[in-house]
Design a protein around this ligand. Structure first.
Ligand SMILES: [Zn+2]
Length: 286
């Protein structure tokens, strides 16, 4: 039988775990070859002491070194067959000065980066690939660029893989939103009890409001990751410098395994003429 190969294009070390960690581990366990293309080194992440990139002593190159080791560990946990680092500099969030660094992923030519990705695609010939939608799922410039570079690379290769974008159904997003609001309220109450009063967050009126969720009926792949979500948690935990205080880690391993049982995707190209919503991302190929 033809070797099945899956390839995901991710922006930063840790995105492979958060957006597709369950899928990676599941496919590896099924004997599928799995490839991760990580576009940036993640220089704009938190430093080891928690310092943010705008802090004077924040050293992006040091952060990238820590994140490289963390990524290697996550790759092992998820059973990823091959990691390709494109090596671009992290562009930071929209409007940050790092956007304009000539070595940033955001500043790089889409055509040049697409050529590099296309070379990997031609070598590996994955039947199924995954990246983010045109908003980069949540508006991060490097995620938007990963989307653009992936679509451009598909124009350069001699076959058409099935492309999926990761997604969260609106029904699930609504549950998470309630949970986050609850956490915010609890934090404000705890602060108030200690005499700390915080100014309410003011939204930038120019800021584009991006809808994170996808209408439930537009989801094309619902992947049950309940057998492997312990490994997903461990892979997230491997990115300790970035997500030690994320809501996943606060949830703890046990509750994570109980709660985070599914990954969702939207199909974008469909060379195998797959109809309807599937439970196997390789539907049509096996
Ligand atoms: Zn990212």
């Amino acid at each position: 039988m033809e070797q099945l190969t899956f390839l995901a294009v991710h922006a930063h070390p840790d995105d492979e775990a958060s957006s597709s960690g369950g899928l990676y581990r599941l496919l590896a366990d099924q004997g599928v070859r799995t490839v991760l293309v990580c576009c940036t080194n993640g220089e704009c992440g938190d430093a080891a002491d928690g310092a943010k990139p705008d802090a004077d002593h924040h050293d992006g190159d040091e952060v990238a070194k820590i994140r490289a080791v963390e990524l290697d560990n996550a790759v092992k946990i998820l059973g990823i067959s091959r990691l390709v680092r494109l090596g671009y500099r992290d562009s930071g969030m929209k409007g940050w000065p790092q956007n304009d660094d000539p070595e940033s992923f955001w500043s790089t030519s889409v055509a040049v980066a697409a050529g590099k990705l296309a070379a990997v695609l031609m070598e590996e010939r994955p039947q199924v690939i995954m990246t983010y939608n045109a908003y980069g799922f949540y508006g991060h410039p490097d995620h938007i660029q990963a989307h653009r570079v992936t679509l451009a690379a598909l124009e350069l290769i001699d076959y058409e893989p099935t492309l999926y974008f990761n997604a969260i159904p609106n029904s699930i997003m609504a549950i998470w939103r309630l949970r986050w609001e609850q956490e915010d309220r609890e934090k404000a109450e705890a602060d108030a009890a200690r005499g700390i009063v915080r100014a309410p967050e003011v939204r930038d009126p120019d800021e584009e409001q991006i809808e994170l969720g996808t209408p439930d009926d537009q989801i094309d792949a619902v992947i049950d990751i309940s057998e492997v979500n312990g490994a997903k948690f461990d892979a997230l935990e491997a990115h300790e410098s970035q997500i030690a205080d994320s809501f996943w880690m606060k949830m703890g391993r046990e509750q994570f395994i109980e709660t985070m049982r599914t990954e969702w995707f939207v199909r974008v190209t469909n060379p195998m003429d797959i109809a309807g919503c599937v439970e196997d991302i390789f539907s049509g190929y096996r």
